[in-house]
Design a protein around this ligand. Structure first.
Ligand code: PEP
Ligand code: MG
Length: 585
Protein backbone atom coordinates (compact mmCIF):
# COMPACT_ATOMS: atom_id res chain seq x y z
CA UNK A 1 0.00 0.00 0.00
CA UNK A 2 1.48 3.30 -1.08
CA UNK A 3 2.43 5.72 1.68
CA UNK A 4 1.28 9.31 1.28
CA UNK A 5 2.72 12.37 2.96
CA UNK A 6 2.12 16.07 2.66
CA UNK A 7 4.59 18.91 2.82
CA UNK A 8 4.80 22.47 1.57
CA UNK A 9 4.88 22.71 -2.23
CA UNK A 10 7.70 25.04 -3.25
CA UNK A 11 8.42 24.19 -6.84
CA UNK A 12 5.78 22.98 -9.24
CA UNK A 13 5.60 19.97 -11.51
CA UNK A 14 5.72 16.25 -11.07
CA UNK A 15 8.75 14.01 -10.52
CA UNK A 16 8.74 10.24 -10.44
CA UNK A 17 12.01 8.73 -9.31
CA UNK A 18 13.97 6.61 -6.92
CA UNK A 19 14.79 8.11 -3.54
CA UNK A 20 18.37 9.04 -2.75
CA UNK A 21 18.62 9.66 0.97
CA UNK A 22 21.39 11.88 2.11
CA UNK A 23 22.13 13.19 5.53
CA UNK A 24 22.88 16.90 5.45
CA UNK A 25 26.40 16.21 6.66
CA UNK A 26 27.10 14.30 3.45
CA UNK A 27 25.53 16.51 0.87
CA UNK A 28 28.88 17.91 -0.08
CA UNK A 29 30.21 14.73 -1.69
CA UNK A 30 30.21 14.58 -5.48
CA UNK A 31 27.17 12.99 -7.13
CA UNK A 32 27.53 11.78 -10.67
CA UNK A 33 26.99 8.70 -12.78
CA UNK A 34 29.98 6.78 -14.06
CA UNK A 35 29.77 6.01 -17.75
CA UNK A 36 28.45 2.57 -18.69
CA UNK A 37 31.38 0.14 -18.80
CA UNK A 38 33.32 2.16 -16.19
CA UNK A 39 31.69 0.49 -13.18
CA UNK A 40 34.60 -1.87 -12.48
CA UNK A 41 37.12 0.99 -12.68
CA UNK A 42 35.03 2.88 -10.13
CA UNK A 43 34.94 -0.19 -7.89
CA UNK A 44 38.73 -0.26 -8.17
CA UNK A 45 38.78 3.31 -6.79
CA UNK A 46 36.74 2.09 -3.86
CA UNK A 47 39.09 -0.89 -3.40
CA UNK A 48 42.13 1.41 -3.46
CA UNK A 49 40.50 3.66 -0.86
CA UNK A 50 39.80 0.66 1.38
CA UNK A 51 43.42 -0.47 1.05
CA UNK A 52 44.63 3.03 1.95
CA UNK A 53 42.37 3.17 5.01
CA UNK A 54 43.45 -0.33 6.07
CA UNK A 55 47.10 0.66 6.02
CA UNK A 56 46.23 3.96 7.79
CA UNK A 57 44.57 1.97 10.59
CA UNK A 58 47.48 -0.47 10.79
CA UNK A 59 49.95 2.40 11.12
CA UNK A 60 47.76 3.98 13.76
CA UNK A 61 47.68 0.76 15.74
CA UNK A 62 51.42 0.16 15.39
CA UNK A 63 52.16 3.66 16.62
CA UNK A 64 49.91 3.56 19.67
CA UNK A 65 51.95 4.63 22.71
CA UNK A 66 52.64 1.84 25.19
CA UNK A 67 50.51 3.53 27.85
CA UNK A 68 47.49 4.05 25.55
CA UNK A 69 44.25 2.68 27.04
CA UNK A 70 43.43 -0.84 25.84
CA UNK A 71 40.13 0.37 24.34
CA UNK A 72 42.04 2.40 21.76
CA UNK A 73 43.48 -0.71 20.13
CA UNK A 74 40.08 -2.39 20.40
CA UNK A 75 38.41 0.54 18.62
CA UNK A 76 40.88 0.33 15.78
CA UNK A 77 40.17 -3.40 15.55
CA UNK A 78 36.46 -2.66 15.25
CA UNK A 79 37.15 -0.17 12.46
CA UNK A 80 39.32 -2.71 10.64
CA UNK A 81 36.59 -5.29 10.92
CA UNK A 82 33.98 -2.87 9.64
CA UNK A 83 36.19 -2.00 6.71
CA UNK A 84 36.18 -5.65 5.67
CA UNK A 85 32.49 -6.11 6.35
CA UNK A 86 30.58 -7.05 3.18
CA UNK A 87 27.94 -4.44 4.02
CA UNK A 88 30.53 -1.80 3.34
CA UNK A 89 32.66 -3.36 0.61
CA UNK A 90 30.34 -5.64 -1.35
CA UNK A 91 27.13 -3.65 -0.92
CA UNK A 92 28.72 -0.31 -1.80
CA UNK A 93 30.11 -1.93 -4.95
CA UNK A 94 26.53 -3.06 -5.59
CA UNK A 95 25.35 0.58 -5.82
CA UNK A 96 28.11 1.28 -8.32
CA UNK A 97 27.25 -1.76 -10.45
CA UNK A 98 23.48 -1.43 -10.31
CA UNK A 99 23.04 2.32 -10.36
CA UNK A 100 26.38 3.53 -11.71
CA UNK A 101 26.77 5.92 -8.76
CA UNK A 102 30.28 7.26 -8.28
CA UNK A 103 32.10 5.70 -5.32
CA UNK A 104 31.50 8.59 -2.89
CA UNK A 105 27.81 8.65 -3.61
CA UNK A 106 27.56 4.85 -3.40
CA UNK A 107 29.26 4.95 0.01
CA UNK A 108 26.92 7.56 1.43
CA UNK A 109 23.89 5.72 0.02
CA UNK A 110 25.06 2.51 1.67
CA UNK A 111 25.86 4.34 4.91
CA UNK A 112 22.25 5.43 5.08
CA UNK A 113 21.06 1.83 4.70
CA UNK A 114 23.44 0.65 7.45
CA UNK A 115 22.60 3.57 9.75
CA UNK A 116 18.90 2.72 9.57
CA UNK A 117 19.45 -0.91 10.48
CA UNK A 118 21.50 0.26 13.50
CA UNK A 119 18.75 2.71 14.49
CA UNK A 120 16.28 -0.16 14.57
CA UNK A 121 18.37 -2.27 16.97
CA UNK A 122 17.11 -2.80 20.50
CA UNK A 123 20.54 -3.14 22.03
CA UNK A 124 21.84 0.33 22.99
CA UNK A 125 25.47 -0.79 22.73
CA UNK A 126 25.01 -2.03 19.18
CA UNK A 127 23.01 1.07 18.29
CA UNK A 128 25.94 3.19 19.25
CA UNK A 129 28.22 1.28 16.86
CA UNK A 130 26.64 3.40 14.13
CA UNK A 131 29.17 6.08 14.99
CA UNK A 132 31.98 3.65 14.19
CA UNK A 133 30.53 2.93 10.76
CA UNK A 134 30.25 6.65 10.15
CA UNK A 135 33.86 7.17 11.09
CA UNK A 136 35.02 4.42 8.77
CA UNK A 137 32.96 5.88 5.91
CA UNK A 138 34.42 9.30 6.69
CA UNK A 139 37.93 7.83 6.37
CA UNK A 140 37.00 6.18 3.08
CA UNK A 141 35.60 9.44 1.72
CA UNK A 142 38.83 11.18 2.68
CA UNK A 143 40.87 8.50 0.97
CA UNK A 144 38.71 8.78 -2.15
CA UNK A 145 39.44 12.47 -2.32
CA UNK A 146 43.03 11.51 -3.11
CA UNK A 147 41.89 9.44 -6.11
CA UNK A 148 39.80 11.84 -8.18
CA UNK A 149 37.14 10.11 -10.22
CA UNK A 150 36.09 11.30 -13.64
CA UNK A 151 32.49 12.47 -13.70
CA UNK A 152 30.65 10.51 -16.39
CA UNK A 153 28.54 12.20 -19.03
CA UNK A 154 25.91 9.49 -18.91
CA UNK A 155 22.53 9.72 -17.20
CA UNK A 156 21.36 7.06 -14.81
CA UNK A 157 18.76 4.52 -15.80
CA UNK A 158 16.10 5.84 -13.43
CA UNK A 159 15.26 9.39 -12.45
CA UNK A 160 16.34 10.21 -8.91
CA UNK A 161 14.87 12.41 -6.24
CA UNK A 162 16.84 13.68 -3.29
CA UNK A 163 15.44 13.19 0.21
CA UNK A 164 17.15 14.91 3.14
CA UNK A 165 16.28 16.18 6.58
CA UNK A 166 17.49 19.60 5.50
CA UNK A 167 19.52 21.05 2.66
CA UNK A 168 21.35 24.33 3.12
CA UNK A 169 20.98 26.92 0.33
CA UNK A 170 24.67 26.48 -0.45
CA UNK A 171 24.33 22.70 -0.80
CA UNK A 172 21.28 23.19 -2.96
CA UNK A 173 23.41 25.31 -5.29
CA UNK A 174 25.71 22.35 -5.86
CA UNK A 175 22.80 20.48 -7.36
CA UNK A 176 22.16 23.14 -9.99
CA UNK A 177 23.73 21.07 -12.74
CA UNK A 178 22.96 17.93 -10.88
CA UNK A 179 21.43 14.56 -11.31
CA UNK A 180 18.29 14.99 -9.24
CA UNK A 181 14.83 15.45 -10.71
CA UNK A 182 13.17 16.54 -7.47
CA UNK A 183 13.78 17.42 -3.82
CA UNK A 184 12.14 16.56 -0.53
CA UNK A 185 13.14 17.91 2.86
CA UNK A 186 11.72 17.43 6.35
CA UNK A 187 12.06 21.06 7.32
CA UNK A 188 11.87 24.49 5.69
CA UNK A 189 9.23 27.01 4.67
CA UNK A 190 7.96 28.23 1.32
CA UNK A 191 10.32 31.20 1.09
CA UNK A 192 13.29 29.70 2.90
CA UNK A 193 16.37 30.19 0.75
CA UNK A 194 16.61 26.46 0.15
CA UNK A 195 13.11 26.57 -1.33
CA UNK A 196 14.01 29.62 -3.40
CA UNK A 197 17.03 27.87 -4.90
CA UNK A 198 14.95 24.73 -5.53
CA UNK A 199 12.46 26.90 -7.40
CA UNK A 200 15.24 28.40 -9.47
CA UNK A 201 16.19 24.87 -10.54
CA UNK A 202 12.64 24.54 -11.85
CA UNK A 203 12.18 20.99 -10.65
CA UNK A 204 9.47 19.75 -8.28
CA UNK A 205 10.25 20.22 -4.62
CA UNK A 206 8.38 19.74 -1.37
CA UNK A 207 9.78 21.03 1.93
CA UNK A 208 8.51 20.74 5.48
CA UNK A 209 7.53 17.09 4.93
CA UNK A 210 8.50 16.43 8.57
CA UNK A 211 9.02 12.64 8.69
CA UNK A 212 9.95 12.11 5.05
CA UNK A 213 13.63 11.31 5.53
CA UNK A 214 12.74 8.81 8.25
CA UNK A 215 9.91 7.07 6.43
CA UNK A 216 11.32 6.96 2.92
CA UNK A 217 14.05 4.38 2.36
CA UNK A 218 17.02 4.44 0.04
CA UNK A 219 15.94 3.47 -3.48
CA UNK A 220 12.17 3.60 -2.80
CA UNK A 221 10.10 4.82 -5.72
CA UNK A 222 8.64 8.23 -4.91
CA UNK A 223 6.28 10.58 -6.68
CA UNK A 224 6.67 14.27 -5.89
CA UNK A 225 3.62 16.29 -6.73
CA UNK A 226 5.14 19.75 -6.49
CA UNK A 227 1.84 21.48 -7.25
CA UNK A 228 0.04 20.04 -4.24
CA UNK A 229 2.89 19.24 -1.84
CA UNK A 230 2.01 15.55 -2.03
CA UNK A 231 4.53 12.70 -1.77
CA UNK A 232 3.59 9.15 -2.69
CA UNK A 233 6.03 6.44 -1.66
CA UNK A 234 6.01 3.07 -3.35
CA UNK A 235 3.10 3.94 -5.66
CA UNK A 236 1.18 1.31 -7.62
CA UNK A 237 1.96 1.09 -11.36
CA UNK A 238 -1.45 2.66 -12.10
CA UNK A 239 -0.63 5.74 -9.98
CA UNK A 240 2.81 6.02 -11.60
CA UNK A 241 1.21 5.92 -15.05
CA UNK A 242 -1.28 8.57 -14.02
CA UNK A 243 1.50 10.88 -12.80
CA UNK A 244 3.62 10.23 -15.88
CA UNK A 245 0.71 11.53 -17.97
CA UNK A 246 0.40 14.61 -15.72
CA UNK A 247 4.11 15.17 -16.03
CA UNK A 248 3.88 15.13 -19.83
CA UNK A 249 0.95 17.52 -19.72
CA UNK A 250 2.77 20.00 -17.54
CA UNK A 251 5.83 19.78 -19.82
CA UNK A 252 3.59 20.48 -22.81
CA UNK A 253 2.08 23.48 -21.03
CA UNK A 254 5.58 24.81 -20.41
CA UNK A 255 6.52 24.37 -24.03
CA UNK A 256 3.41 26.30 -25.06
CA UNK A 257 4.44 29.16 -22.77
CA UNK A 258 7.79 29.34 -24.60
CA UNK A 259 5.96 30.98 -27.48
CA UNK A 260 5.54 34.10 -25.34
CA UNK A 261 9.29 34.54 -24.94
CA UNK A 262 9.60 37.43 -27.39
CA UNK A 263 6.13 38.89 -26.85
CA UNK A 264 6.34 42.30 -25.15
CA UNK A 265 4.84 42.20 -21.64
CA UNK A 266 1.99 44.62 -22.24
CA UNK A 267 -1.42 44.62 -20.60
CA UNK A 268 -4.70 44.84 -22.51
CA UNK A 269 -4.85 48.57 -21.73
CA UNK A 270 -1.37 49.11 -23.14
CA UNK A 271 0.71 49.29 -19.94
CA UNK A 272 4.28 48.09 -20.43
CA UNK A 273 5.43 45.84 -17.62
CA UNK A 274 9.08 45.24 -16.80
CA UNK A 275 9.90 41.57 -16.22
CA UNK A 276 13.30 41.08 -14.62
CA UNK A 277 15.15 37.98 -13.43
CA UNK A 278 16.44 36.93 -10.03
CA UNK A 279 19.74 35.06 -10.24
CA UNK A 280 22.21 33.45 -7.83
CA UNK A 281 25.24 32.99 -10.07
CA UNK A 282 26.55 34.62 -13.27
CA UNK A 283 25.77 31.40 -15.19
CA UNK A 284 22.06 32.00 -14.52
CA UNK A 285 22.02 34.90 -17.02
CA UNK A 286 21.55 32.41 -19.82
CA UNK A 287 18.27 31.17 -18.31
CA UNK A 288 17.22 34.79 -17.74
CA UNK A 289 17.76 35.66 -21.40
CA UNK A 290 16.13 32.43 -22.54
CA UNK A 291 13.02 33.37 -20.59
CA UNK A 292 12.97 36.83 -22.20
CA UNK A 293 13.92 38.83 -19.08
CA UNK A 294 14.61 42.47 -19.86
CA UNK A 295 17.23 42.74 -17.15
CA UNK A 296 18.36 41.39 -13.78
CA UNK A 297 16.28 42.65 -10.88
CA UNK A 298 18.13 40.79 -8.15
CA UNK A 299 21.53 39.10 -8.17
CA UNK A 300 21.89 37.49 -4.73
CA UNK A 301 25.67 37.84 -4.47
CA UNK A 302 25.96 36.02 -1.15
CA UNK A 303 26.06 32.73 -3.07
CA UNK A 304 29.51 33.73 -4.35
CA UNK A 305 30.63 33.91 -0.73
CA UNK A 306 29.37 30.57 0.54
CA UNK A 307 31.20 27.30 1.22
CA UNK A 308 34.66 28.82 0.96
CA UNK A 309 35.91 27.93 4.44
CA UNK A 310 36.13 31.58 5.40
CA UNK A 311 38.22 32.60 2.37
CA UNK A 312 35.99 35.27 0.88
CA UNK A 313 36.25 36.24 -2.79
CA UNK A 314 38.63 39.14 -3.32
CA UNK A 315 37.95 42.32 -5.32
CA UNK A 316 39.14 40.91 -8.65
CA UNK A 317 37.22 37.68 -8.33
CA UNK A 318 34.05 39.60 -7.47
CA UNK A 319 34.67 42.12 -10.24
CA UNK A 320 34.96 39.29 -12.78
CA UNK A 321 31.67 37.76 -11.59
CA UNK A 322 29.81 41.09 -11.75
CA UNK A 323 31.33 42.02 -15.09
CA UNK A 324 30.28 38.64 -16.50
CA UNK A 325 26.68 39.37 -15.55
CA UNK A 326 26.73 42.91 -16.92
CA UNK A 327 28.27 41.75 -20.19
CA UNK A 328 26.02 38.71 -20.51
CA UNK A 329 22.99 40.96 -20.23
CA UNK A 330 24.23 43.09 -23.14
CA UNK A 331 23.16 46.56 -22.05
CA UNK A 332 20.03 45.51 -20.16
CA UNK A 333 19.88 46.85 -16.59
CA UNK A 334 21.54 44.66 -13.95
CA UNK A 335 20.67 45.01 -10.27
CA UNK A 336 23.27 43.52 -7.96
CA UNK A 337 22.52 43.20 -4.28
CA UNK A 338 25.30 43.55 -1.74
CA UNK A 339 25.69 40.42 0.33
CA UNK A 340 22.80 39.23 2.41
CA UNK A 341 24.64 36.80 4.65
CA UNK A 342 23.07 35.59 7.89
CA UNK A 343 19.67 34.20 8.93
CA UNK A 344 19.23 30.97 6.92
CA UNK A 345 22.25 31.74 4.71
CA UNK A 346 25.39 31.20 6.80
CA UNK A 347 28.70 31.33 4.95
CA UNK A 348 29.79 27.78 5.75
CA UNK A 349 27.17 25.20 6.65
CA UNK A 350 26.29 25.80 10.28
CA UNK A 351 29.42 27.69 11.20
CA UNK A 352 31.09 30.83 10.06
CA UNK A 353 34.49 32.46 9.87
CA UNK A 354 33.60 34.74 12.75
CA UNK A 355 33.09 32.69 15.85
CA UNK A 356 29.59 31.83 16.85
CA UNK A 357 27.97 34.65 14.94
CA UNK A 358 24.98 32.69 13.73
CA UNK A 359 24.50 30.54 16.76
CA UNK A 360 22.39 33.06 18.60
CA UNK A 361 18.71 32.41 18.96
CA UNK A 362 17.18 34.69 16.37
CA UNK A 363 19.53 34.80 13.40
CA UNK A 364 16.82 36.40 11.24
CA UNK A 365 16.87 39.35 13.65
CA UNK A 366 20.62 39.29 14.05
CA UNK A 367 23.68 40.36 12.15
CA UNK A 368 22.51 39.84 8.59
CA UNK A 369 22.45 41.69 5.28
CA UNK A 370 23.54 45.37 5.45
CA UNK A 371 24.20 45.02 9.18
CA UNK A 372 26.73 42.34 8.38
CA UNK A 373 28.36 44.43 5.66
CA UNK A 374 28.57 47.54 7.84
CA UNK A 375 30.06 45.51 10.69
CA UNK A 376 33.12 44.99 8.48
CA UNK A 377 33.47 48.14 6.34
CA UNK A 378 36.74 46.99 4.73
CA UNK A 379 35.06 43.80 3.49
CA UNK A 380 32.03 45.81 2.36
CA UNK A 381 34.19 48.19 0.34
CA UNK A 382 35.86 45.26 -1.44
CA UNK A 383 32.43 44.44 -2.80
CA UNK A 384 31.56 48.06 -3.56
CA UNK A 385 34.83 48.63 -5.44
CA UNK A 386 34.26 45.48 -7.48
CA UNK A 387 30.75 46.69 -8.33
CA UNK A 388 31.92 50.19 -9.28
CA UNK A 389 34.53 48.68 -11.60
CA UNK A 390 31.98 46.35 -13.21
CA UNK A 391 29.70 49.33 -13.79
CA UNK A 392 32.13 50.52 -16.50
CA UNK A 393 30.85 47.65 -18.67
CA UNK A 394 27.12 48.38 -18.67
CA UNK A 395 24.19 49.68 -16.63
CA UNK A 396 24.55 48.52 -13.05
CA UNK A 397 22.41 49.25 -10.02
CA UNK A 398 23.53 48.46 -6.50
CA UNK A 399 20.78 47.20 -4.20
CA UNK A 400 21.18 47.25 -0.42
CA UNK A 401 19.33 44.62 1.64
CA UNK A 402 17.38 45.06 4.85
CA UNK A 403 17.88 48.72 5.62
CA UNK A 404 15.86 50.08 8.50
CA UNK A 405 17.80 52.92 10.11
CA UNK A 406 18.71 56.34 8.75
CA UNK A 407 22.18 55.70 10.15
CA UNK A 408 22.58 52.59 7.98
CA UNK A 409 21.46 54.53 4.94
CA UNK A 410 24.03 57.31 5.55
CA UNK A 411 26.81 54.85 6.35
CA UNK A 412 26.10 52.92 3.15
CA UNK A 413 26.30 56.09 1.05
CA UNK A 414 29.50 57.07 2.88
CA UNK A 415 31.09 53.67 2.19
CA UNK A 416 30.15 53.95 -1.48
CA UNK A 417 31.80 57.40 -1.68
CA UNK A 418 34.86 56.04 0.07
CA UNK A 419 35.04 53.07 -2.32
CA UNK A 420 34.93 55.53 -5.26
CA UNK A 421 37.71 57.59 -3.69
CA UNK A 422 39.84 54.48 -3.12
CA UNK A 423 39.48 53.48 -6.76
CA UNK A 424 40.41 56.97 -7.96
CA UNK A 425 43.42 57.01 -5.66
CA UNK A 426 44.51 53.79 -7.36
CA UNK A 427 44.04 55.41 -10.78
CA UNK A 428 40.80 53.60 -11.64
CA UNK A 429 37.75 55.58 -12.71
CA UNK A 430 34.61 54.06 -11.13
CA UNK A 431 31.59 53.44 -13.34
CA UNK A 432 28.28 55.18 -12.77
CA UNK A 433 25.81 53.28 -10.59
CA UNK A 434 22.31 53.81 -9.32
CA UNK A 435 21.78 53.02 -5.65
CA UNK A 436 18.66 51.31 -4.37
CA UNK A 437 17.19 50.09 -1.11
CA UNK A 438 15.37 46.88 -0.42
CA UNK A 439 12.18 47.38 1.51
CA UNK A 440 12.00 44.28 3.69
CA UNK A 441 11.25 45.55 7.17
CA UNK A 442 7.95 47.21 8.13
CA UNK A 443 10.03 49.97 9.75
CA UNK A 444 11.53 50.75 6.36
CA UNK A 445 8.06 51.28 4.87
CA UNK A 446 7.36 53.84 7.57
CA UNK A 447 10.72 55.47 6.75
CA UNK A 448 9.94 55.75 3.03
CA UNK A 449 9.88 59.57 2.93
CA UNK A 450 13.57 59.47 3.89
CA UNK A 451 14.49 56.50 1.70
CA UNK A 452 12.82 58.01 -1.35
CA UNK A 453 14.91 61.16 -0.94
CA UNK A 454 18.21 59.26 -0.99
CA UNK A 455 17.79 56.29 -3.30
CA UNK A 456 17.45 56.05 -7.06
CA UNK A 457 15.14 53.06 -6.80
CA UNK A 458 13.57 50.68 -4.33
CA UNK A 459 12.82 46.99 -4.50
CA UNK A 460 10.39 45.28 -2.18
CA UNK A 461 11.65 42.04 -0.65
CA UNK A 462 8.30 40.54 0.18
CA UNK A 463 9.82 37.31 1.52
CA UNK A 464 11.29 39.19 4.42
CA UNK A 465 8.55 41.80 4.58
CA UNK A 466 6.04 39.01 5.31
CA UNK A 467 8.43 37.41 7.82
CA UNK A 468 9.03 40.62 9.75
CA UNK A 469 5.50 42.02 9.53
CA UNK A 470 3.91 38.84 10.86
CA UNK A 471 6.81 37.69 13.06
CA UNK A 472 6.89 34.33 11.27
CA UNK A 473 10.24 32.67 10.61
CA UNK A 474 10.12 32.04 6.87
CA UNK A 475 12.27 28.91 7.22
CA UNK A 476 10.21 27.27 9.97
CA UNK A 477 7.68 24.75 8.71
CA UNK A 478 5.91 24.61 12.05
CA UNK A 479 4.55 28.12 11.50
CA UNK A 480 4.40 27.91 7.71
CA UNK A 481 0.62 28.13 7.71
CA UNK A 482 0.81 31.54 9.30
CA UNK A 483 3.22 32.82 6.66
CA UNK A 484 0.70 34.65 4.50
CA UNK A 485 1.67 37.10 1.75
CA UNK A 486 -2.02 38.04 1.50
CA UNK A 487 -2.28 39.09 5.13
CA UNK A 488 -4.01 42.50 5.07
CA UNK A 489 -1.10 44.08 6.98
CA UNK A 490 1.37 42.90 4.34
CA UNK A 491 -0.83 44.15 1.51
CA UNK A 492 -1.22 47.54 3.18
CA UNK A 493 2.54 47.92 3.48
CA UNK A 494 3.09 46.83 -0.09
CA UNK A 495 0.41 49.17 -1.44
CA UNK A 496 1.81 52.10 0.54
CA UNK A 497 5.31 51.44 -0.77
CA UNK A 498 4.24 51.34 -4.42
CA UNK A 499 2.01 54.41 -4.08
CA UNK A 500 4.61 56.49 -2.24
CA UNK A 501 7.35 55.62 -4.73
CA UNK A 502 5.11 56.68 -7.61
CA UNK A 503 4.18 59.93 -5.89
CA UNK A 504 7.73 60.79 -4.82
CA UNK A 505 10.01 63.43 -6.22
CA UNK A 506 13.18 61.44 -5.73
CA UNK A 507 16.80 62.55 -6.06
CA UNK A 508 16.23 62.95 -9.76
CA UNK A 509 13.09 65.02 -9.21
CA UNK A 510 10.83 62.29 -10.59
CA UNK A 511 8.98 59.25 -9.23
CA UNK A 512 11.20 56.57 -7.79
CA UNK A 513 11.40 53.28 -9.67
CA UNK A 514 9.82 50.51 -7.60
CA UNK A 515 9.99 46.80 -8.18
CA UNK A 516 9.07 43.67 -6.23
CA UNK A 517 11.76 40.98 -6.15
CA UNK A 518 10.34 38.66 -3.46
CA UNK A 519 8.58 35.42 -4.37
CA UNK A 520 5.22 37.21 -4.64
CA UNK A 521 6.40 38.74 -7.92
CA UNK A 522 6.85 35.29 -9.46
CA UNK A 523 3.50 33.86 -8.38
CA UNK A 524 1.10 34.09 -11.33
CA UNK A 525 -1.84 33.91 -8.92
CA UNK A 526 -0.80 37.26 -7.49
CA UNK A 527 0.06 39.03 -10.75
CA UNK A 528 -3.34 40.71 -11.14
CA UNK A 529 -3.39 41.93 -7.57
CA UNK A 530 0.10 43.44 -7.93
CA UNK A 531 -0.83 45.09 -11.22
CA UNK A 532 -3.94 46.48 -9.55
CA UNK A 533 -1.78 47.91 -6.77
CA UNK A 534 0.16 49.80 -9.43
CA UNK A 535 3.24 47.61 -9.72
CA UNK A 536 4.89 47.82 -13.14
CA UNK A 537 8.20 46.05 -12.47
CA UNK A 538 8.43 42.41 -11.35
CA UNK A 539 11.58 40.41 -10.65
CA UNK A 540 11.52 36.63 -10.31
CA UNK A 541 13.33 33.42 -11.14
CA UNK A 542 13.50 32.90 -14.90
CA UNK A 543 11.43 29.72 -14.58
CA UNK A 544 8.43 31.76 -13.42
CA UNK A 545 8.67 34.57 -15.92
CA UNK A 546 6.55 33.25 -18.77
CA UNK A 547 3.65 32.21 -16.53
CA UNK A 548 3.58 35.72 -15.09
CA UNK A 549 3.77 37.23 -18.58
CA UNK A 550 0.84 35.05 -19.59
CA UNK A 551 -1.23 36.66 -16.82
CA UNK A 552 -0.09 40.16 -17.75
CA UNK A 553 -1.18 39.73 -21.36
CA UNK A 554 -4.72 38.93 -20.16
CA UNK A 555 -4.93 41.79 -17.66
CA UNK A 556 -6.39 45.26 -17.82
CA UNK A 557 -4.80 47.54 -15.21
CA UNK A 558 -7.54 50.17 -15.36
CA UNK A 559 -10.09 47.51 -14.38
CA UNK A 560 -7.83 45.93 -11.76
CA UNK A 561 -6.93 49.14 -9.87
CA UNK A 562 -10.32 49.68 -8.13
CA UNK A 563 -10.65 45.94 -7.48
CA UNK A 564 -7.22 45.87 -5.78
CA UNK A 565 -8.26 48.86 -3.66
CA UNK A 566 -11.32 46.87 -2.61
CA UNK A 567 -9.06 44.00 -1.49
CA UNK A 568 -7.12 46.44 0.70
CA UNK A 569 -10.33 47.37 2.49
CA UNK A 570 -11.10 43.82 3.59
CA UNK A 571 -9.76 42.40 6.85
CA UNK A 572 -11.96 39.33 7.35
CA UNK A 573 -10.59 36.30 5.45
CA UNK A 574 -13.90 35.41 3.81
CA UNK A 575 -14.50 38.95 2.57
CA UNK A 576 -10.92 39.29 1.42
CA UNK A 577 -11.27 36.03 -0.53
CA UNK A 578 -14.35 37.40 -2.28
CA UNK A 579 -12.57 40.64 -3.16
CA UNK A 580 -9.59 38.68 -4.49
CA UNK A 581 -11.83 36.45 -6.58
CA UNK A 582 -13.28 39.56 -8.27
CA UNK A 583 -9.79 40.26 -9.68
CA UNK A 584 -9.94 37.01 -11.63
CA UNK A 585 -13.55 37.30 -12.75
C1 PEP B 1 13.09 39.07 -0.04
O1 PEP B 1 13.29 39.10 1.18
O2 PEP B 1 11.95 39.13 -0.54
C2 PEP B 1 14.22 38.95 -0.97
C3 PEP B 1 14.05 39.04 -2.27
O3 PEP B 1 15.44 38.69 -0.43
P1 PEP B 1 15.86 37.23 0.11
O4 PEP B 1 14.79 36.26 -0.31
O5 PEP B 1 17.18 36.90 -0.49
O6 PEP B 1 15.91 37.45 1.59
MG1 MG C 1 15.27 39.40 1.89
Amino acid sequence: MALQMFGIPVSRGVAVGRAVLLSSARLDVAHYFVDPGQEEAEIDRLRAARAAVRSELQTLQAELPADAPAEMAAFIDVHKMLLDDPHIGRDTAGWIRRRRYNAEWALTAQLDVIARSFDEMDDAYLRERKADVEQVVERLLRALRGTQGLPGVARGDDDLVLVAHDISPADMMQFKQGVFRGFITDIGGKTSHTAIVARSLDIPAVVGAREASRLIRQDDWVIIDGDNGLLIVDPSPAIVDDYRVRKQESELARQRLQRLRNTPARTLDGQSIELLANIELPEDCEAALQAGATGIGLFRTEFLFMNRNGRLPGENEQFEAYRRVVQAMGGRPVTIRTIDIGADKPLDGDGDHRDGEFTHLNPALGLRAIRYSLSDPAMFRVQLRALLRAACFGPLRILVPMLAHARELHQTIEQLDLARAELRAAGVEPGKVELGAMIEVPGAVLMLPLFLRHFDFISVGTNDLVQYTLAIDRADESVAELYDPLHPAVLQLLAQTIAQAHAAHGIRGRPVHVSVCGEMAGDPQLTRLLLGLGLRSFSMHPAQLLSVKHEILRSDCSRLAPLAQAVLGEFEPEEQRRALAALDA
